[in-house]
Write a protein that binds this ligand. Structure first.
Ligand code: ARG
Ligand code: ZN
Length: 882
């Protein structure tokens, strides 16, 4: 069945209060829900009450304390219907039984490593009890959790703890009360043996909050960084958005089996332990950055998601896009803003652009879905965040902040829509945001073509813009031509010899030109000499830019642009031209380098000499070539992943040769002094990033020298970042040294699943024919399990999503392996299976032979009987006519 935004109607009934009583048991957990219901004045009078369920067993039901009469209700595992509900407030008491140990979908109540935990977003609460499981039904919850004291000494729920006590000889209970009305998807509980670290935070409103992070016992020392990140997030949200925390406790629990990254349940965030646990010996700098960002993300949901929630799941971007924007801002403030912006754009281009260009493309606010869990996508999250950022650029930071205040003030305690969000900014700014709102409705990445002309006689410089949007066949846009978008272009002019050009244009305010028609021109006056335009500074809009700059103009921007993002972009564009040329010509690995590549090398040499040591993190990004997927996106059709890999490899080899001595001396200069204490801060991480980027290029040019350096680094490394970078370098050179190093690493970390995940991932990404067999072999490794999402992602998804040459093997074996795992997984965990299947997103872009093999693998999936809705939805849409 398809759910459509256009069909939204308010619920016929509301639930004001929920009293839950859960008796935890590994296989027979009993749940008694007492629901205070009433007819919704906005609903249909007299309508039957239809509660959602999913794989539920009803034990008992009572209406206002009385058993229901014969024929009064209909019950299936998927629904409970009360045919003639009282047309006044009434109470339903419903007892159900669930089996947490058999719950391999990891939705609803399940056990992870013996710990009872829940995941209810989007529709998992109905796997615990019959309910109106929709976000616009908001209730106040009181939860009593009872369990064996030995198995579940820790019992956590939403809100504040109110009571605890003994039950008989072996059991105990805890009661939690959450005063803030919330939708069922924010419900959570945890019961288990857990270690705890805690601290206190006093809010700007004077509330004393106890913050705690719960982890597997013995791993408490790995929770300190996350705990600190919670406190920093609380402070930041007060200072930046005026948002204070609103309960007496804030708990974070790490579990090892989790479908996504983490979940913002009210007062009780549940995390994939990968995004909590960190120690210098086991976590990379990237892990530290992710932990900080995801802790912040879930905490920020307390306002953007929980206090103001979504009316229906079509509004998912209302909480996710906004919250991603907020966590990105947090990381930018806590770390380096330009470096973080580049990282954001790289993710957007690597994940969202391909999604928007493929068969799974959808608007940031979709109009229809078959399976909502398939819409937790890069488009909803990352493009959704870009829309919020554009709004700030268009309105300016002060008006934007006032709009946010108004949004929180007017929508607090409600289930809101994108329209409500935009209305707050329209009211605050006095602007009509109707045209801007098209960003939420139209799928596909816009292209903006720009050309510049200088008129020396008139001393004018003219920029001509043309925007175009691909026609994406989605429910919303089918048949209608896309309408122009409102595109903020942050720009400036740079003098050829460096320095900004002071020129004026009445249409540029605070450095922003707004393109809102299909075509437009912008004229600068009093321009003394032909400038180089720097466009879309800071990546001011999620668009592809077609701007025919010459190589020299790009070199000018790389050297002189005042905008760090565009300096990086200039280097990327220079590299992309080389990569596209070489991939198109299908140049052999050793083909003579052209003048473009040489020009890039010498520009990078100058750049490194001048400023690598001043900002190593930025320099590391400048040295990193566009990824294979990004090159594929630029080529668009008849893509040969092997040709792209060769193009990239040969450019890496050349940069390594040309810059070798410099890279080696940078490595020396940036080496941490022996015995220096470890710090995960951005500056230290940046130094490690540049040293390892240098290692990568040196090894590309001279595998022998690279191997020696990597072996030495592996020996002496004091951080997981350096150890893993060395291992990654070794992994690219076939032979004894690699296999020995891999074996030793596995042995050292045999008791560390999260570190073994890195080891799985690294091997799954080796761009060699033998990798497929290696992955099959590793699937039989004792540490691997199809039941654990982190293992599947690190081994199989790394292969299918991050190893383009091997996933797209010409013989189709990469497609077959992926399809095989998807089918094997689907019966256990459909959400993870469906996510893996999105690897086929790019199948139409690849050349004919591969395309036919990918298509037949997809057809085998789609024709398999008994598929989950999750997998059948992705497979079906992937195959749908282009
Ligand atoms: N709301 C969570 C977050 O972004 C994600 C939960 C997704 N869950 C799911 N079953 N799709 O923070
Ligand atoms: Zn989120």
């Amino acid at each position: 069945p398809i759910t459509r935004l256009a069909d939204y109607r308010p619920s016929d009934y509301l639930i004001d209060r929920v009293d839950l009583d859960l008796r935890l048991h590994p296989t027979e957990t009993r749940v008694t829900a007492t629901l205070a219901l009433r007819p919704n004045p906005a609903g249909e009078p007299g309508a039957p009450l239809v509660l959602d369920g999913d794989e539920l067993t009803l034990l008992a039901i009572a209406l206002d304390g009385q058993p229901t009469g014969p024929g009064a209700i209909d019950v299936t595992p998927r629904s409970l219907t009360l045919h003639q509900p009282p047309q006044r407030p009434f109470v339903l008491e419903i007892a159900t039984q669930v089996n947490p140990s058999a719950n391999t979908k990891l939705m609803g109540l399940y056990r992870s490593n013996g710990v009872y935990c829940t995941q209810c977003e989007a529709d998992g609460f109905r796997r615990i009890t019959y309910f109106l499981d929709r976000p616009d039904v908001m209730a106040v919850y009181t939860t009593r959790i009872e369990g064996e004291r030995a198995d579940t000494p820790v019992l956590l729920g939403n809100g504040n703890p109110v009571e605890q006590g003994e039950v008989g000889l072996t059991r105990h209970y805890a009661v939690w009360h959450d005063p803030h009305p919330k939708p069922a998807y924010l419900f959570a509980l945890v019961g288990g043996r857990l270690g705890r670290v805690a601290s206190r935070f006093t809010t700007m409103e004077g509330r004393e909050v106890e913050i705690a992070v719960y982890v597997e016992p013995g791993k408490e020392d790995r929770a300190d960084f996350a705990l600190d990140a919670v406190a920093r997030s609380m402070l930041w949200d007060e200072r930046t958005f005026g948002r204070a925390y609103d309960l007496d406790v804030f708990n974070v629990v790490a579990v090892s089996d989790f479908n996504m990254g983490a979940m913002e349940n009210k007062g009780l965030n549940i995390f994939n332990d990968k995004y909590v646990l960190a120690s210098p010996d086991t976590a990379t700098d990237a892990d530290y950055a992710n932990i900080e960002a995801i802790i912040a993300h879930e905490y920020f949901h307390n306002w953007s998601g929980n206090r103001v929630t979504c009316r229906d799941w079509f509004q998912l971007c209302l909480k996710e896009g906004l919250t991603v924007f907020r966590d990105q801002e947090f990381s930018s403030d806590e770390r380096s803003r330009p470096v973080h912006r580049i990282a954001e754009v790289r993710t957007l281009r690597a994940r969202q652009f391909p999604e928007d260009a493929g068969p799974l493309a959808h608007p940031v606010r979709p109009q229809a879905y078959r399976e909502i869990n398939n819409f937790y996508t890069a488009t909803v999250y990352e493009k959704g965040a870009e829309i919020v950022r554009m709004l700030r650029t268009l309105l300016g930071p002060e008006t934007f902040r006032r709009g946010m205040d108004r949004y929180f003030a007017t929508c607090d305690g409600t289930a809101a829509t994108v329209e409500d969000f935009l209305a707050a900014f329209a009211a605050e700014s006095g602007r009509d945001l109707a045209a801007f709102s098209r960003w939420y409705e139209q799928a596909g990445t816009p292209t903006v073509a720009v050309s510049g002309t200088y008129d020396p006689a008139a001393r004018t410089y003219t920029l001509a813009f043309r925007q175009s949007l691909p026609v994406v066949a989605t429910e919303a846009t089918a048949g209608s031509a896309p309408q122009p978008l409102v595109i903020p272009v942050v720009l400036g002019l740079v003098a050829r010899e460096g320095g900004p050009v002071a020129a004026t244009s009445e249409r540029v305010r605070d450095g922003v030109f707004v393109l809102e028609t299909a075509e437009d021109t912008l004229v600068f006056h009093e321009v003394a000499a032909a400038p180089v335009p720097s466009l879309f500074r800071g990546f001011s809009a999620p668009v592809k830019v077609e701007h025919a700059l010459t190589r020299d103009e790009r070199l000018t921007l790389l050297a002189h642009d005042g905008d760090a993002f565009n300096r990086w972009q200039a280097a990327q564009s220079l590299a992309m031209e080389v990569l596209v040329d070489r991939a198109t010509a299908d140049a052999p690995l050793e083909a003579e380098a052209g003048p473009e590549a040489a020009g890039l090398s010498s520009a990078l040499a100058t750049f490194l000499d001048g400023e690598a040591l001043a900002d190593p993190a930025f320099a590391a990004l400048v040295l990193t070539l566009p990824g294979e997927q990004e090159v594929a996106q630029t080529l668009r059709s008849e893509v040969d992943p092997d040709a792209i890999w060769r193009a990239r490899q040969s450019l890496r080899m050349q940069l390594g040769r040309d810059l070798g001595p410099r890279l080696l001396s940078l490595r020396e200069a940036l080496a941490a002094p022996a015995g220096a204490p470890f710090s995960p801060d951005a500056a230290s991480a940046g130094r490690r990033a540049l040293r390892n980027a240098a290692l990568d290029l040196v090894a590309a040019a001279d595998p022998q020298a690279g191997t020696a350096l990597a072996l030495a680094q592996l020996e002496t490394a004091a951080t997981m970042t350096d150890r893993l970078a060395a291992l990654a370098t070794l992994s690219l050179v076939p032979g004894e040294a690699r296999e020995a190093a891999l074996a030793r690493f596995a042995d050292t970390y045999r008791h560390e699943p999260l570190v073994l995940d890195k080891w799985f991932a690294l091997q799954a990404m080796i761009p060699e024919d033998g990798t497929l067999e290696r992955v099959r072999g590793l699937m039989r490794h004792p540490a691997f399990s199809l039941g654990n999402p982190n293992r599947v992602r690190s081994l199989v998804a790394s292969f299918s999503l991050n190893n383009p040459t091997q996933f797209h093997r010409p013989d189709g074996a990469g497609y077959d392996l992926t399809a095989e795992v998807v089918l094997a997984l689907d019966g256990k965990n459909p959400q993870v299976a469906a996510r893996l299947l999105t690897a086929f997103n790019t199948w139409r872009m690849v050349e004919g032979g591969r395309r036919r093999r990918a298509e037949s693998a997809l057809r085998r999936v789609v024709e398999t009987p008994g598929l989950s809705p999750d997998v059948s939805d992705i497979a079906g849409r992937s195959l749908a006519a282009a």
